[in-house]
Design a protein around this ligand. Structure first.
Ligand code: GLC
Ligand code: CA
Length: 551
């Protein structure tokens, strides 16, 4: 692949509501991000992905947009946003925004008009359909539970489609006028000087136009909508046009949220023919659950996880570029998910960081991950904010689990785990705010906050800085442009090689709590080690090594 500027980026994802609260109302905001730019610069990241800050009724925390060209008042103003662009640029930090164009909020003026007036052209901006025999048009289950169809008030037998919540009606991508309006909006954001977009749920924009029932797969009598509105054949036509009318006109970076895309079809997403410059691959991220249902955990093994990473890296390498990540605002904390032995959480955070930051692709770090943040432990379902937590709880009960088990699934998997405020110091509310935050903090910030870690050379934060420096500066070419080569050594070790010209680096991460041996005879020297011991051929529990190999 030709070298591109976006291969060099180290991205940091910000969830604005929980990053930093500058005016002490309990809600993070844009001026709060500006105040923390030095922290981000010091960490070594080069780009920020800012989760949605657009105006929104916040049913799904901003992924329900009511105005694409205005800012949610609690987050600040467009002036604040412009100031953030300017200040970040001064520090050499680029910004990508979230682009949510599969759906809008039901409070978006287009949808309001579509509801108020069935003859309005805006009715064609969304998907309205008549019911069948007193039932909704199909038996598909929405991502957040319940039917994808919501009855239109004051009309007989009329429904609108929503793949996510009922306050997130899907846009009708079959309508060229709607697409045109979206493209213009996107181009206006580019004119403001942003570097690109993370493109939300984009593989949902094409629906199976047959609108046929499926075989129920749950106690609710519905069938997951994934087979009917995600990665549907023909979506590439929409991707091609979207690219041509927007992204291709700008020297930008775009990353698609591509859950469930088969490797046989990633060429629609990335590479020369694909729509985006890179993609998030969830095939190994969601190793712990089946079909994204929290109440269907798997018994994954380290070998399966390693092999899933190998497959992802190898398949993406054939076509284009990837965007490795351990966490985001929809995932639990990676330590809880991937480190099986709680005794090793601290060390394991460094192991995971080593494993993921050296992969081929542009790495994305989620806020708090660099501090080793953990999941929380809530006592009741009422303490959860996320609408999906409530839906998953409800479905777990419906599927026959008791309340205790249903709650345990949420504590393990809920998206709220990643959405608690950033702990900046050990003061009340972690220095995030002086006001009670919109969501309860994760316990333990007295010991894992940013301030304490900055002054501790052995901290997880300092280790992240070291890894970023290795990737970005010390071994930039090998770790950025180098080929990915899988190196199976031992079923408990995730190990691989990055090779560039005639230079090679091996990454070895023991994901188990016992000693593991390996055979590798061409080691030149150790670049990085997450503990202080080194015995060739041996990895202590959760030890991670970056090794320079002989030619
Ligand atoms: C994406 C977002 C998620 C949101 C959903 C609907 O998956 O990452 O947070 O709920 O799309 O927009
Ligand atoms: Ca605030």
């Amino acid at each position: 692949m030709n070298k591109q500027w976006w291969m060099d980026e180290i991205v940091y994802q910000i969830y604005p509501k929980s990053f930093h609260d500058s005016n002490h109302d309990g809600i993070g905001d844009i001026p709060g991000i500006i105040e923390k730019l030095d922290y981000l610069k010091d960490l070594g990241v080069t780009m920020l992905w800012i989760c949605p800050v657009y105006n929104s009724p916040m049913d799904d925390n901003g992924y329900d947009i009511s105005d694409y060209e205005d800012i949610y008042p609690a987050f600040g103003t467009m002036d604040d946003m412009n100031k953030l662009f300017e200040k970040a640029q001064e520090k050499g930090i680029k910004i990508i925004m979230d682009l949510v164009i599969n759906h809008t909020s039901d409070e978006h003026p287009w949808f309001q008009e579509a509801l108020a007036n069935p003859d309005s052209p805006y009715r064609q901006y969304y998907i309205f359909k008549e019911g069948k025999n007193g039932n909704p048009p199909t038996n598909w289950r929405s991502v957040f539970g319940g039917s994808v169809w919501q009855k239109v008030p004051n009309e007989d037998n009329m429904y609108y489609f929503h793949a996510f919540s009922k306050k997130q009606p899907d846009l009708n991508w079959e309508n060229p006028q709607m697409r045109h309006d979206i493209y213009e909006m996107i181009n206006r954001w580019f004119d403001k000087g942003i570097s690109g977009f993370r493109v939300d749920a984009i593989n949902f924009i094409k629906k199976d136009q047959r609108f046929e029932d499926g075989i129920p797969d749950g106690a609710d009598g519905l069938v997951s909508c994934f087979d009917y509105c995600r990665n549907i054949q023909g979506i590439d036509k929409f991707y091609d046009e979207l690219k041509k009318e927007t992204f291709a006109k700008h020297d930008c970076m775009t990353v698609s949220e591509a859950v469930g895309v088969g490797y046989d079809r990633i060429d629609e997403c990335i590479g020369d023919k694909g729509c985006f410059t890179m993609m998030f691959d969830f095939n190994y991220t969601n190793i712990d659950v089946i079909n994204e249902d929290y109440f269907r955990p798997t018994n994954w093994t380290i070998k399966e996880y390693r092999d899933a990473i190998y497959l992802s890296q190898e398949e993406i390498q054939k076509i284009g570029w990837s965007a490795p990540f351990l966490e985001n605002h929809d995932q639990p904390r990676s330590i809880n998910k991937l480190i099986k032995d709680p005794q090793y959480y601290q060390l394991g955070a460094k192991t995971l960081a080593t494993m993921f930051l050296m992969l081929r692709g542009t790495p994305f770090i989620y806020q708090g991950q660099e501090l080793g943040m953990l999941n929380f432990h809530r006592q009741s379902v009422e303490e959860f904010d996320d609408l999906n937590a409530h839906s998953q709880y409800h479905r777990a009960i419906e599927e026959g689990f008791d309340e205790k088990q249903a709650l345990a699934f949420l504590n393990q998997r809920s998206r709220d785990n990643a959405r608690t405020p950033m702990p900046w110091n050990k003061e009340q509310y972690g220095g995030f705010s002086t006001h009670q935050p919109w969501i309860e903090m994760t316990d333990g910030y007295e010991t894992f906050n940013a301030q304490d870690q900055i002054t501790d050379p052995d901290s997880i934060l300092e280790y992240y800085k070291r890894l970023i420096n290795i990737r970005k500066n010390q071994y930039h070419d090998i770790l950025t442009y180098g080929e990915f080569i899988s190196l199976p050594l031992n079923d408990h070790i995730v190990s691989y090689i990055r090779a560039y010209e005639n230079k090679k680096i091996a990454i070895l991460c023991n994901l188990s709590s016992s000693n593991q041996t390996y055979e590798l005879d061409n080691i030149d020297h150790v670049i990085c080690n997450n503990i202080h011991d080194y015995t060739p051929g041996l990895l202590k529990p959760y030890q991670a090594l970056i090794l320079y190999l002989k030619k």
